[in-house]
Structure formats: C-alpha cells, structure tokens
Design a protein around this ligand. Structure first.
Ligand code: HEC
Ligand code: HEC
Ligand code: HEC
Ligand code: HEC
Ligand code: HEC
Ligand code: HEC
Ligand code: HEC
Ligand code: HEC
Ligand code: HEC
Ligand code: HEC
Length: 338
C-alpha cells in the first residue's frame, strides 16, 4: 500500500460520525471543504448533562482518561464553560445518548468510523459530502486553534485529509508526552511514514531510534511555512539549532555548506558514515572536477591495502587534509586545512 493508501485506511478508521438533522450544516461544512471550518453537528435537541452521568456507565473509559492532561485540566482548573463540560466538551451534549438510546451511534460525537449511520456514505478526505476529519478537527480546534497549529490549514497533513485523531488519542495516556495514539511521537509518525522508519535503521543516523530525539524535533506535524513541515525558516537554520558550531561565522566559508547541509548530508539516515549522501572521495568529486589532485581517478589500488595507497582514499579521504570542511577560522585556512 502506498502512503496515501495507508492514510486512507487510517483516516477511515478515525472517520467520525455524528449528526442527525443537520444536513444543511453538513452541506455548509462540505462547501468549506478541506478547510476544517465545518460546523460541529450535535444530535438535534440534545442537552449537556454533566460528566457525572457519563461516569456512571463509562467507568473503564474514565479510568484510562483520568491520567490525561485533559482530565486534569478540565477537572482541576477549567478555564471556561466548555472545559467545565468534561466529557461533553469533546463528545457534545449527551442527554439523548444517555436517556434515549445509547446504541444509536448518531446521538453522540464518537470520533469512530463504526459510528457512521448505517447506509451513510463516508468518504475518505473530509471534502464535500463527507464530514469525517473536518468534523473531528472542528471539535479539537475549538480550543486548539492557533499556536503550533497556526499553519494547520493547507498543511500537507490537513490537505491530505488527516484528522487530529490520526496522531492523538485523548482517551488514555499512551505516550509520555503529546497525547499520542501510540507510545511515542516517532512511532506514531512511522505508522504512515514507513520509508523514514527504514531510513532511521541505517548505520549512520541521529539518535532518534534510541529515543533521544523525535520527528517533532525537526518537523511540525501541524504545519509550517517551510517545506517539508520543517520547524525552522530554512533547512540550515534547523540544523544550526542543535549544531551551533556549524553556523559560524567563518573567515573561510565552504560555499555548499552555506547553501544547504543537504548538499552532503541526508537527515534521516545513511549507510555512509556521518550521514553523508555519497562516500568520499566521490562526494567531493561531484563538484570538484577540474584538474589537480582533486580530480584524479582513484581506484581500488589506491586504498590502504592496494598496490599504490593514496591518502586521498585512505581513512577520511579528502577530509584527512581538508579537515575543516564546514568552514575555517584559521588565517591560512582558505583550503579548509585547519
Ligand atoms: C446509561 C448508560 C450510559 C450513559 C449515562 C452514557 N453512556 Fe455512553 N455508552 C453507553 C453504552 C452501553 C455504550 C456502548 C454502545 C454500543 O457499543 O452499542 C456507549 C457508547 C458511548 C460512546 C461510543 C460510541 C461509539 O460510536 O462507539 C461514546 C463516545 C459515549 N458513549 C460517550 C458518552 C458520554 C460523553 C456520556 C455522558 C454525556 C455517556 N456516554 C453517557 C452507555 C452510557
Ligand atoms: C479531549 C477530547 C475528549 C474528551 C474530553 C473525552 N473524549 Fe472520549 N473520545 C475522544 C476521542 C478523540 C475518541 C476516539 C478515540 C479513537 O481514536 O479511538 C474518544 C472515544 C471515546 C469512546 C469510544 C470508545 C473508546 O474508548 O475509544 C468512549 C466510550 C468515550 N470516548 C467516552 C468518554 C468519556 C466517558 C469521557 C469523559 C470521562 C470522554 N470520553 C472524554 C475524545 C475525548
Ligand atoms: C474544551 C477545550 C478542549 C478541547 C475541545 C480539546 N482540548 Fe486538548 N487541551 C485542552 C487543554 C485545556 C489542554 C491542557 C494544556 C493547555 O493548557 O493547552 C489540552 C491539551 C492537549 C494536548 C497536550 C496534552 C499533553 O499531555 O501534552 C493535546 C495533544 C490535545 N489537547 C489534543 C486535543 C485533541 C486531539 C482534541 C480533539 C479530539 C482536543 N485536544 C480537544 C483543551 C481542549
Ligand atoms: C501528524 C500527526 C499529528 C496530527 C495530525 C496532529 N497532531 Fe497534534 N501533535 C503531534 C505531535 C507529534 C505533538 C507533540 C509535539 C511536540 O512535542 O513538540 C503534538 C502536540 C499537540 C498539542 C500539544 C502541544 C501544543 O501545541 O500545545 C496539541 C494541543 C495538539 N497537538 C493538538 C492537535 C490538534 C487540535 C490537531 C488537529 C487539528 C492535531 N494536533 C493534529 C502530532 C499531530
Ligand atoms: C495517518 C497517516 C500519517 C501520520 C500518522 C503522519 N503522517 Fe506525515 N504525511 C502523511 C501524508 C498523507 C502526507 C502527504 C504525503 C504525500 O504528499 O505524499 C504526509 C506528509 C508528511 C511530510 C512531508 C510534507 C511536505 O510538505 O511534503 C512530513 C515532513 C511529515 N508528513 C511528517 C510527519 C510527522 C513528523 C509525523 C508524526 C508526528 C507524521 N508525518 C505522521 C500522513 C501521515
Ligand atoms: C534532524 C532533523 C530531522 C528529523 C529528526 C526528522 N526529519 Fe524528516 N526531514 C528533515 C529534513 C531536513 C527534510 C528535508 C530533506 C531535503 O529537503 O532534502 C526532511 C524530510 C522529510 C519528509 C519528506 C520526504 C523526504 O524524505 O524528503 C518526510 C515525510 C519526513 N521528513 C518525515 C520524517 C519522520 C516521519 C521523522 C521521524 C521518524 C523525521 N522526518 C525525522 C529533517 C528531519
Ligand atoms: C534536535 C537536535 C538536532 C537537530 C535539529 C539536528 N541534529 Fe544532527 N545530531 C543531533 C544529535 C543529538 C546527534 C548525535 C551527536 C552525537 O552522537 O554526539 C547528531 C548527529 C549528527 C551527525 C553525525 C552523525 C554520525 O553518524 O556521527 C550529522 C552529520 C548531523 N547530525 C547532521 C545534521 C543535519 C544536516 C541537520 C539538519 C538537517 C541536523 N543534524 C539537525 C541532533 C540534532
Ligand atoms: C561539502 C559537504 C558538506 C556539507 C555541505 C556539510 N557537511 Fe557536515 N560533514 C561533511 C563531512 C565530509 C563530514 C565528515 C567529517 C570528518 O570525517 O571529519 C561531516 C560531518 C558532519 C558532522 C559530524 C562531525 C562534526 O563535524 O561534528 C556534523 C554534525 C555535520 N557534518 C553537520 C553539518 C551541518 C549542520 C551542515 C550544514 C550547515 C553540514 N554538515 C554541511 C560534509 C559536509
Ligand atoms: C555541492 C558542491 C560541492 C561539494 C559536494 C564539495 N564542494 Fe568544496 N567547494 C565547492 C564550491 C562551490 C567551492 C568554492 C569554490 C570557489 O570559491 O572558487 C568549494 C571550495 C572548496 C575548497 C577551497 C577551494 C579554493 O579554491 O579555495 C576546498 C579545499 C574544498 N571545496 C574541498 C572540498 C572537499 C574536501 C569536499 C568533500 C568533503 C568538497 N569540497 C565538497 C563546492 C563543493
Ligand atoms: C594529502 C593532503 C590532501 C588530500 C588527501 C587532499 N588534498 Fe586537496 N589540497 C591539499 C593541499 C595542500 C591544497 C592546497 C594547494 C595549494 O594551495 O596550492 C589542496 C587544495 C585543494 C583544492 C583547491 C584547488 C586546488 O586544486 O588547489 C581543492 C578543491 C581540493 N584540494 C580538493 C580535494 C579533494 C576533492 C580531495 C579528495 C579527492 C583532496 N583535495 C584531497 C591537500 C590535500
């Protein structure tokens, strides 16, 4: 299955439900399309009854939910009326669900595909005529619009029909932070991004599989102004945020470093040492291909055990002499030697 296929499956799983008698609203939401501006549809005539009533029947769910940030915030320090409504802040007014018929899935916002009314056609992407992710996101965005999500609308994830609940499950504390649906941020991302899972298994990688960083250290999954969802204004700014010594300023700059770290490094993983895209000396020879020692054809005979060992291939290859490859501050470091 390709990534979009996996997402469809994921989104389908999370497809929401809801709503009786709000066809006009749904249409309105439909036209607003993928913009997540859909009105939230609650069961017609339902009223808020307070979470005490919910707990009477949903003890198990509550046991798990009680450990989450929402439970603590809503119960101990609610900031407004909506938060005071507890379970109903997300699930909507529950009187008809509790009093009339709890088996009728259309009487409560449940965020799950199973809750679709029988016979109703649910699409995959939350555009016109199917209100899945649009509906879910509208519930969450009531309280979480802005901040990190300032670029959510039109982000790669939003426009591909993802719902907040493709990454978050607020019903239990599965992850140490970020209220993820799996036990860690990276694991959640891997559920769709399998290529990156594979890349981080390569011999050289930053310590993400070791749990010392996560995808969210570099990407903002909620959207950003920098492709692809990067957390900084440019790729280099992102790298400088942890590798400050590469920022300089340098007396002698190496042009490709200033341009983009990705000229030589790949961020997720590489089978070359130091996350290099290509092994040395070929890495350097991609650009340095005029005359002199940079350009000589180097063969297996030039390796350490070969007939004519050559220091341009041995050990760190070109960097054996050009050691300050990211830039030099030495007065005579023009060739990046020192
Ligand atoms: C009288 C008992 C009772 C009360 C009160 C009650 N529920 Fe339920 N609820 C149930 C039962 C039983 C189910 C499972 C129905 C099924 O799977 O057929 C359920 C299912 C649900 C579901 C899942 C629906 C789905 O699509 O799987 C949600 C969400 C829910 N309840 C939320 C609430 C909230 C919020 C409240 C308080 C406003 C509440 N319930 C009050 C008995 C109750
Ligand atoms: C912050 C929003 C939020 C709050 C608050 C909340 N829920 Fe949920 N609830 C959800 C979402 C989202 C799902 C769907 C989870 C998923 O993806 O499976 C859900 C699912 C459920 C389900 C379906 C079964 C399940 O566990 O997946 C029940 C029942 C339920 N909630 C009851 C409750 C009750 C009872 C409370 C209050 C004690 C509550 N919820 C508070 C968002 C919320
Ligand atoms: C009624 C308001 C409200 C609604 C609706 C709501 N939240 Fe929250 N959420 C909060 C508050 C309050 C916090 C506590 C942190 C804070 O102050 O922002 C919070 C925290 C979070 C956190 C951080 C939790 C942590 O442990 O780090 C996540 C993730 C989150 N919400 C996701 C969601 C999702 C997904 C939905 C929709 C299913 C949702 N929220 C619906 C008010 C809300
Ligand atoms: C692609 C996965 C993904 C999607 C989709 C997603 N989130 Fe998140 N969210 C995350 C991750 C990962 C974090 C933790 C970020 C961190 O720790 O820096 C997070 C953190 C949060 C937080 C806590 C930090 C903060 O911003 O205050 C909130 C609240 C939140 N998300 C709400 C939402 C809402 C609302 C939606 C839907 C509009 C949503 N998320 C959609 C992955 C996602
Ligand atoms: C439910 C599936 C799903 C999950 C979970 C998910 N993504 Fe995505 N992601 C997508 C889809 C779909 C795209 C668009 C892919 C495409 O256009 O080929 C995408 C695109 C991206 C892109 C590229 C954006 C661009 O501008 O090209 C990045 C970066 C990304 N996701 C990071 C993350 C991170 C980080 C997480 C975890 C916090 C995550 N994703 C979780 C489905 C998902
Ligand atoms: C050290 C920072 C960093 C970390 C950690 C990171 N990424 Fe990236 N990611 C990048 C950069 C930089 C790019 C852009 C690469 C380019 O333009 O050559 C990128 C690109 C992407 C893309 C777009 C397609 C591609 O491969 O170029 C996706 C999807 C993505 N990352 C997902 C993830 C996921 C999922 C994780 C966690 C498992 C993750 N990234 C962890 C920095 C990072
Ligand atoms: C959130 C912090 C963070 C960001 C952002 C970051 N790195 Fe790293 N990077 C690390 C850590 C931690 C290590 C491991 C350092 C160690 O083992 O001493 C590392 C190691 C490396 C290594 C050495 C790998 C090896 O095999 O020894 C390279 C190369 C590297 N990073 C390049 C980059 C590039 C290029 C970017 C920008 C796309 C980037 N880093 C962004 C934290 C970060
Ligand atoms: C012209 C190619 C090239 C570019 C562009 C480049 N690097 Fe490197 N980088 C290398 C080489 C070669 C090594 C291995 C050096 C060695 O063996 O001593 C390396 C090693 C590293 C290391 C690990 C060892 C160390 O010096 O700390 C980090 C971290 C790193 N680079 C970060 C970056 C960052 C951040 C950028 C962008 C600002 C960048 N690199 C741009 C070629 C490059
Ligand atoms: C993406 C292209 C690119 C790559 C890859 C690259 N360089 Fe460069 N390098 C340049 C450019 C452009 C300059 C600046 C040339 C100028 O100012 O005339 C430069 C300058 C230099 C200089 C200083 C030359 C001078 O005339 O002052 C040295 C030494 C050097 N590079 C060595 C290396 C080594 C060693 C590697 C491999 C680790 C490498 N370069 C990889 C593009 C590259
Ligand atoms: C044994 C040490 C050594 C090794 C190994 C080495 N260089 Fe050099 N390189 C030098 C010296 C010394 C200079 C300065 C020559 C001068 O200033 O006239 C230089 C100069 C350069 C220059 C500047 C332009 C020129 O030709 O004068 C480039 C570009 C360069 N080297 C690239 C490379 C590349 C690419 C490799 C790997 C294939 C490499 N070097 C391996 C010592 C080395």
């Amino acid at each position: 299955m390709n990534i979009r296929g996996r997402v469809r499956a994921g989104v389908a799983r999370a497809l929401t439900c809801v709503l009786v008698g709000i066809a006009p609203l749904m249409l309105a939401a439909g036209t607003a399309g993928a913009a997540d501006t859909g009105a939230i549809g609650f069961a017609a005539g339902a009223e808020y009854i307070g979470e005490e009533r919910c707990l009477a029947c949903h003890k198990n769910e509550n046991d798990n939910y009680s450990h989450t940030t929402h439970a603590k915030a809503f119960r101990l320090n609610p900031r407004n009326d909506l938060e005071r409504k507890g379970c109903e802040a997300c699930h909507g007014p529950g009187s008809r669900h509790a009093n009339e018929n709890y088996a009728d899935k259309s009487l409560i916002v449940s965020f799950t595909r199973e809750a679709s009314k029988p016979g109703e056609i649910r699409g995959e992407r939350g555009d016109a005529g199917n209100n899945g992710p649009v509906q879910i996101n509208a519930v969450c965005l009531q309280c979480h619009d802005g901040n990190q999500r300032i670029f959510w609308r039109a982000s790669a994830h939003q426009s591909n029909g993802l719902a907040c609940t493709d990454c978050h499950n607020p019903m239990a504390k599965f992850s140490a932070d970020g209220l993820q649906k799996t036990n860690s941020i990276s694991e959640t991302c891997y559920s769709c991004h399998q290529q990156q899972r594979m890349e981080f298994r390569k011999r050289s990688h930053m310590p993400l599989p070791e749990g010392k960083m996560s995808c969210a250290d570099c990407h903002n999954p909620h959207g950003s102004q920098t492709k692809p969802l990067l957390k900084a204004d440019t790729l280099n700014q992102l790298c400088y945020s942890c590798h400050q010594e590469k920022r300089g300023p340098f007396l002698w700059e190496h042009a490709p470093v200033r341009e983009s770290c990705a000229n030589c490094h790949t961020p997720h993983g590489s089978n070359q040492e130091k996350l290099l895209t290509t092994p040395r000396p070929f890495l350097c020879q991609q650009c340095h291909t005029h005359t002199t020692h940079q350009n000589n054809l180097l063969t297996q005979a030039n390796t350490a055990g070969g007939a004519v060992p050559d220091e341009r291939v041995i050990a760190r290859s070109c960097s054996t002499c050009h050691a300050q490859i990211h830039g030099s501050n030495h007065p005579s470091g023009v060739r990046m030697h020192r």
